[in-house]
Design a binder for this molecule. Structure first.
Ligand code: PEP
Ligand code: MG
Length: 747
C-alpha cells in the first residue's frame, strides 16, 4: 500500500507509474511476475506493463476477448486463482512473453463501474495457491489502479497518454433514449452517485477504518429497520414488501463480509462500498435473469444509503450542489431527489430507466427541464465533467461531441429560443380560431414549482391540479394543514382564473413510501384512485376538508379520478357533500361557488356520458388513461405505449361521442391528457368540438400559435368523413398535417 501511495503521488508518465506499480507488487507479494493488461477500444487486452515477463512483449502481446486465462478473467469479471496454470484448458501460451516457467497464476479484473478496464496478474514459479488475503489485496490494488488511470486520463495531457489505449471513454458517442420531457440542453455531466476520488481510497489506519465501517453498517441497518417498522414514516406503517428486501441485503452476511475484507485490505469504507458494488455490477449486469438484474438495483440503493451513512449525512433528503449547466446522470431519480437539485443550475437529466408518466418526468415537463430516459448502459460510458448535448427532440444524447456537432446543436437551441420569443408575443392574446371559436388553454399542475408558470405561459387557469404529487414528493404523509396551504397557494396564484383540483389519484404505479403497497398483477387496472377513496373514505374526506378550507370565500372546482360507473360518481359526490355539511355545521366559511366534476378516463364511463352529465357539473377527459384502456396498451410500457395513435378514427370517434354527449346535456367538457398539449392533436380536438384544453406548460405556446391560424370548421369537414366505423385508417394524422401545411398552421 505504501508503494501504491507513492505511485499515486508520483508525477511520472502513466507508463512509468505502471512500471512502478508492477515492481512494487512483485516485491510486496513475493512473486516473480506482475503484469497489467489493459483493454483496447477493440476490446482486446494488451500487455501494458510487466515485471518478470519479457519487457519486449509490452504493447505487443494482445489477447482477444475471452482468450486465455487473462481474457477469461476479463470476461467473467471474477478473480482466477490457479496453482498449475498451464494445465488449465483455457491457458494460451505466448512464447514472446517467456512465461513458460511460471506455474501459479492469480488474475483479478480491473473494474470501474460495471466496466472491466483490464486485468492484473501475478505469477510465480512454484505451484503456489494464493490465499484469500492475497486475492483481496490484489483486488484492492486493481481498484486503486483503475481510479488512478481514469483520473490521469481525466486531467489529460501527455502524462495521461498510454499508447493506443483509452480507459475512460473519450471519443464522441451517441446514445439513443426516449424523450420524457422535451427540450435541448448543452452542459456538463454530473453523476447522481459520484465515484470515490482516488485520493480518498486508501485508509490511513485499518483498525480505525474498520470501526467506521461497522458504525456505518449499524446506522444503515437501524435506518432500514426503522423503515420496516414504520417508525421513519411517523404515521402509517412502512412499505414492508419493498423494505424487507432491503433489510435482507443489509443483514446479508456475505455482503458485509465482502465490505469488511475490502477494508481489511487497506481501502477506506467508501472505496470498499464502491468495490463491492463494482463486483456486483460486473457480474449481475451479465445475468440474463431480469430478477437478478432487479436485485442489482436494490443492492445499489443500499450501497448509496451506506455511503450517505458513512459521510455522516442524515439519511433523509438534502440539497445537492451541482455546477452551472449540470446534466444529471442516474439510473433512476425519484421526484424528491430531483427537487433536491438547484433548479437554476440544472440543465437536463439522463436516466437509464424512467418512464413518460413517472412523476419525475411530469415534474421535468412542468419546470421545463429536458429529460431523456431509457438510455441503457450510458452510466458506464460517462465521466463527471464530460461535455454533453441532450437532444430530447430527437431522443439522443451526445457525449463528448465534436465541435461541428456542438455548433449545429447551438443553432437549433437558438432557433428554439426565437420560437419561444414568438410564443411570448402571443402570450396575452386569447386563443381564438380564425372561425371565432374561443378555446381555453389551461395548465396541468400539482406542485408549488408549477404555479409561476401560470403567468409565464399566459394560461387561462389550472385545468388539472394533480393533488397526489404533494403526497409523492414528501417523506411523510402531508397533514391537513400542508394540504390546505398548497391548495390555497394554487388558488392565490390563479387569482380569478379557475383551478380544478383532482382528488388523490394514488395506487397503480403511484406508491407512497409511507403506505403499504398492495402487490397487484395489473396495477393500472387495480385498486387505485377513487376505488381506494371509496373503500377507505377517511383519506378522501380529509382531502375534501382541506379543499373546502382552502377555498373558503372562493370558487372551488373538484373532480374525481378513474371513475368507472355513475354509481361511483354519486358515492364520491355524497362523500364530498358530507364534508360540506360538516364544515357548514361547524360554522366554517364555505366557498362562494362549488362545482363537482368527474374525470372521464375509462371507456365504460364514456358510454354512460348522459347519465354522467346528470350528476356532474363538468367533465374532464383524461386522455392518457382513456387511451391506455381504450387500446389496452400500458402507457408506461414503451413496447406498446406508442403503438396506437390517439388520432386513430376509433379513438376520435369515442372522443367525439363524449363531446357531443356533454354538449347535448349542456355540461362543460374539457380534455386534460398529454395529447392536449401537442399542436396536431390539439387542432384535431378543437375540430371535434373541445373548447377547453389542459396541458403541460410547454404545450401552451405551440398550441396557441396553431389555434390562432386554424379554421376549425374547415378541419372538421375534412376529418368527419374519416371517422367512421368502417374506416381502416390507422390514423388521421397525415391528413391533419397536410391540412395544416396547406393552411400555414404551425404544427
Ligand atoms: C389522464 O389520465 O389523462 C390524466 C390527465 O391523468 P394522469 O395522467 O394523472 O393519470
Ligand atoms: Mg389519469
Amino acid at each position: 500500500m505504501r508503494a501504491i501511495r507513492k505511485a499515486m503521488a508520483g508525477t511520472e508518465s502513466v507508463q512509468e507509474r505502471l512500471d512502478d506499480f508492477v515492481e512494487a507488487i512483485t516485491e510486496a507479494m513475493q512473486v516473480a511476475v506482475a503484469s497489467i493488461y489493459l483493454r483496447r477500444p477493440s476490446r482486446e487486452l494488451e500487455l501494458s506493463a510487466t515485471q518478470g515477463l519479457k519487457k519486449s512483449a509490452v504493447h505487443k502481446t494482445l489477447m482477444a476477448p475471452g482468450e486465455g486465462l487473462v481474457g477469461h478473467v476479463a470476461q467473467t469479471a471474477r478473480p482466477l486463482n490457479l496453482a498449475e496454470a498451464p494445465s488449465h484448458p483455457l491457458f494460451s501460451y505466448r512464447p514472446e512473453t517467456g512465461e513458460d516457467k511460471y506455474h501459479s497464476f492469480l488474475g483479478v479484473p480491473i473494474l470501474r463501474g460495471g466496466r472491466t478496464l483490464g486485468v492484473l496478474v501475478v505469477q510465480s514459479e512454484d505451484q503456489r495457491n494464493f490465499n484469500e488475503e492475497e486475492v483481496e489485496d490484489l483486488l484492492t490494488v486493481a481498484m486503486v489502479l483503475a481510479e488512478i488511470l481514469i483520473d490521469d486520463e481525466r486531467v489529460g495531457g501527455k502524462k495521461g497518454a498510454l499508447k493506443g489505449i483509452t480507459l475512460a471513454p473519450t471519443k464522441p458517442e451517441t446514445f439513443d433514449g426516449k424523450s420524457f420531457a422535451d427540450g435541448l440542453a448543452e452542459g456538463v455531466a454530473h453523476l447522481h452517485v459520484p465515484p470515490v476520488p482516488p485520493s480518498d481510497m486508501l485508509s490511513e489506519n485499518v483498525a480505525t477504518e474498520q470501526i467506521r465501517l461497522e458504525e456505518g453498517v449499524t446506522k444503515l441497518r437501524a435506518s432500514v429497520d426503522a423503515m420496516v417498522s414504520g417508525e421513519a414514516a411517523g404515521l402509517s406503517r412502512a412499505s414492508k414488501e419493498i423494505y424487507e428486501t432491503y433489510r435482507m441485503f443489509a443483514y446479508d452476511r456475505r455482503w458485509v463480509q465482502r465490505l469488511r475484507e475490502a477494508v481489511q485490505s487497506g481501502l477506506t469504507s467508501e472505496a470498499a462500498v464502491e468495490r463491492v458494488r463494482n463486483e456486483h455490477r460486473a457480474r449481475l449486469m451479465k445475468s440474463p435473469d431480469p430478477y437478478m438484474r432487479a436485485r442489482l438495483h436494490d443492492l445499489e440503493d443500499l450501497a448509496n444509503r451506506l455511503l450517505r451513512a458513512l459521510s455522516g449525512e442524515n439519511l433523509g433528503p438534502g440539497k445537492k450542489d451541482i455546477p452551472q449547466g449540470a446534466i444529471i446522470f442516474a439510473r433512476d431519480l425519484g421526484p424528491a431527489e430531483l427537487l433536491d437539485y438547484d433548479r437554476d443550475k440544472l440543465a437536463g437529466i439522463v436516466l437509464e430507466e424512467g418512464s413518460h408518466s413517472s412523476h419525475t418526468s411530469i415534474i421535468c415537463r412542468a419546470i421545463g427541464v429536458p429529460l431523456i430516459g431509457r438510455a441503457e448502459g450510458i452510466l458506464d460510458r460517462i465521466e463527471i465533467g464530460d461535455k454533453v448535448l441532450l437532444d430530447a427532440e430527437q431522443n439522443q444524447i451526445h457525449l463528448r461531441p465534436v465541435e461541428s456537432k456542438t455548433a449545429g446543436f447551438q443553432l437549433r437551441m437558438n432557433i428554439r429560443g426565437e420560437v419561444a420569443k414568438a410564443y411570448e408575443a402571443v402570450k396575452n392574446r386569447p386563443a381564438i380560431t380564425k372561425d371565432n371559436r374561443h378555446v381555453s388553454l389551461q395548465l396541468n399542475a400539482g406542485l408549488l414549482v408549477d404555479l409561476p408558470q401560470l403567468e409565464l405561459a399566459g394560461a387561462d387557469g389550472i385545468g388539472l391540479f394533480r393533488t397526489e404529487f404533494q403526497f409523492m414528493v414528501s417523506e411523510f404523509m402531508p397533514r391537513l394543514k400542508d394540504q390546505t396551504d398548497l391548495y390555497l397557494k394554487a388558488l392565490q396564484a390563479a387569482g380569478k382564473r379557475p383551478v380544478t383540483f383532482r382528488t388523490l389519484d394514488l395506487g397503480g404505479d403511484k406508491i407512497l413510501p409511507y403506505m403499504d403497497p398492495v402487490p397487484e398483477e395489473n396495477p393500472a387496472i387495480g385498486w387505485r384512485a377513487i376505488r381506494i377513496g371509496l373503500d377507505r373514505p377517511a383519506l378522501l374526506r380529509y382531502q375534501c376538508r382541506a379543499l373546502l378550507a382552502a377555498a373558503a370565500g372562493r370558487h372551488l372546482r373538484v373532480m374525481f379520478p378513474m371513475v368507472t360507473t355513475v354509481d361511483e360518481l354519486i358515492e364520491a359526490r355524497s362523500l364530498f357533500d358530507t364534508e360540506v355539511k360538516r364544515a357548514s355545521s361547524l360554522g366554517k366559511d364555505l366557498p362562494h361557488k362549488i362545482e363537482v366534476g368527474v374525470m372521464l378516463e375509462t371507456p365504460s364511463l364514456a358510454w354512460s356520458v348522459r347519465a354522467v352529465c346528470d350528476h356532474a357539473d363538468f367533465v374532464s377527459v383524461g386522455a392518457n388513461d382513456l387511451m391506455q384502456f381504450f387500446f389496452a396498451a400500458d402507457r408506461d410500457n414503451i413496447r406498446v405505449s406508442d403503438r396506437y395513435d390517439p388520432l386513430h378514427p376509433a379513438s376520435l370517434s369515442i372522443l367525439r361521442f363524449i363531446v357531443d354527449g356533454c354538449k347535448q346535456a349542456g355540461v362543460p367538457v374539457s380534455i386534460c391528457g398529454e395529447i392536449a398539449g401537442r399542436p396536431i392533436e390539439a387542432v384535431t380536438l378543437v375540430a371535434l368540438g373541445f373548447e377547453a384544453l389542459s396541458m403541460p406548460v410547454t404545450g401552451i405556446g405551440p398550441v396557441k400559435a396553431a389555434l390562432l391560424a386554424l379554421d376549425a370548421e374547415k378541419l372538421k369537414e375534412l376529418i368527419t368523413p374519416l371517422i367512421t366505423i368502417d374506416s381502416r385508417l390507422p390514423s388521421v394524422r397525415d391528413h391533419v398535417r397536410e391540412f395544416c401545411m396547406a393552411e400555414g398552421i404551425p404544427v
